[in-house]
Ligand binder design. Structure first.
Ligand code: ZN
Length: 69
């Protein structure tokens, strides 16, 4: 039986911004972050400013999960 969690789907981060939602202001990103964390209590998101496109993105905090295996 396979119990391994498929991390590749959760953390399919790409160097380009194609797959990410862009938030023009940090306030926008914060609003979505709060909403998502309420919907998904185990989710922990981090807002970061992207130098490539100049907007804000949300990314999952992966540090905790990375050490589970
Ligand atoms: Zn970007």
């Amino acid at each position: 039986m396979k119990h391994r969690f498929d991390h590749s789907k959760l953390f399919s981060e790409k160097p380009l911004c194609g797959g990410k939602r862009c938030y023009k202001t940090k306030k926008d990103a914060e609003a979505v972050k709060l909403e998502q964390e309420i919907l998904n209590p185990e989710l922990s998101l981090t807002i970061y400013h992207c130098a490539q496109c100049g907007t804000y993105h949300l990314t999952r905090n992966k540090s905790a999960d990375d050490f589970l295996e």
